[in-house]
Design a protein around this ligand. Structure first.
Ligand code: A2P
Length: 339
């Protein structure tokens, strides 16, 4: 008989994404049988609320026990995903992982349900990866454009909030801002430079060719999700002093012509995307408006007259929700619906 309630584990429950997962499980009335919250020794014994109950935080240790858990949302560190992903999967748990560790593995589906839910059928290892928080909104916008007009090349520049780095980075931005406004010394610990009142063209680590790991992720993950291994994609990723929501300036070259109005119509019909585009009335997506929202917002849709068949647009999405926790919960919901 099909289960109607599920035991869910949140690994990294006290982190920026973990806390958002609890909010989303509550808001969406996810059919919980029980919740197991895992974090480090520092947080063990504390508790967090969800669906009207307090759930005690357990220290994550190899011994688990993990048996009986149906889904685990893993959002802690790469090292934790690497160690515990396979361990959980062996214990029969369906792992929905937020790290970059498994994303490019051929036998791990990389899923945005609105774009490629069909890929869930190939989850032979019980591990499913969610994309990087900049890739998810990007592919949601590219998908309908690609289906209609074939995307030839994408040039994306990101404006990424500090919550993408985690709770400590959010504290750092607030502390630095307070220090600057009271003429005190500024300490940079999470980032290599002051982030308050600044922009860092540096997200992740630098590769040999000078690209950031975040830029490489956008290229590879977009190709994998859209099933276009040769698609020409290039990215520049920038950390900005915003607490929540990632923005992206996107230039798209298509094979077939697509007017801005046709693009607006296609994007309006895409589930999970909202076209918010009336610049004359000063209406365009902004991080402060998109924070806490589920949808990916698109605006500034206009022709790029410097090339044949070019479009420019601007995307804003809440990196903790659709960029991470919401996408993961939607994957669990899609698996339940398919069972
Ligand atoms: P804790 O709060 O106990 O340190 P963020 O991405 O916001 O920095 O959050 C990271 C999450 O990963 C937190 O929940 C954190 O728990 C958890 N975490 C970090 N290191 C470990 C570890 N060694 N074992 C278990 N959980 C960890």
């Amino acid at each position: 008989m099909k289960k109607t309630r599920y035991t869910v584990a949140v690994i990294g429950a006290t982190g920026a994404v973990g806390r958002e997962s609890l909010e989303i499980l509550q808001e969406r009335k996810f059919p919980l049988e029980a919740l197991r919250l895992f974090a480090s020794k520092r947080s063990a014994g504390e508790s967090l609320p969800c669906q009207g109950r307090e759930w005690r935080i357990e220290e994550l240790t190899p011994g688990g026990p993990f048996e009986g858990i149906d889904f685990a949302f893993v959002s802690a560190t790469d090292a934790i995903s690497r160690e515990y992903g396979p361990r959980l999967a062996e214990a029969g748990v369906t792992v929905i992982d937020d790290s970059a560790v498994f994303r490019m593995d051929a036998d791990v589906p990389l899923v945005v349900p609105e774009v490629n839910a069909h890929a869930l059928a190939s989850a032979t290892r019980r591990i499913i990866a969610i994309p990087n928080c900049t890739t998810t909104p990007l592919v949601m916008v590219l998908k309908p454009i690609h289906d209609a007009a074939r995307v030839k090349r994408v040039v994306v520049t990101t404006f990424q909030s500090v919550s993408g780095t985690g709770a400590a980075a959010m504290d750092e931005l607030i502390e630095q801002t307070k220090a600057l406004l009271s003429f005190k010394e500024v300490k940079a610990e999470v980032y290599p430079h002051q982030i308050a009142f600044n922009c860092l063209p540096h997200v992740g680590s630098f590769g040999e060719g000078g690209e950031c790991s975040e830029e490489t992720k956008i290229v590879n993950e977009t190709r994998k999700i859209l099933e276009e291994p040769q698609m020409r994609v290039t990215a520049t990723t920038v950390r900005v002093p915003v607490l929540r929501c990632h923005s992206e300036a996107v230039n798209i070259e298509t094979e077939r012509p697509l007017t801005p109005n046709e693009a607006r119509a296609l994007l309006s019909a895409m589930p999970g995307v909202i076209v918010f585009d009336d610049p004359v009335r000063k209406l365009y997506p902004m991080p402060l408006d998109a924070a806490g929202k589920d949808e990916v917002f698109v605006g500034r849709i206009r022709e790029d007259r410097s090339i044949t068949n070019g479009l420019n647009l601007w995307i804003v999405s809440d990196n903790l929700r659709k960029g991470a926790a919401l996408n993961a919960v939607q994957i669990a919901e899609a698996i339940i619906a398919r069972a």
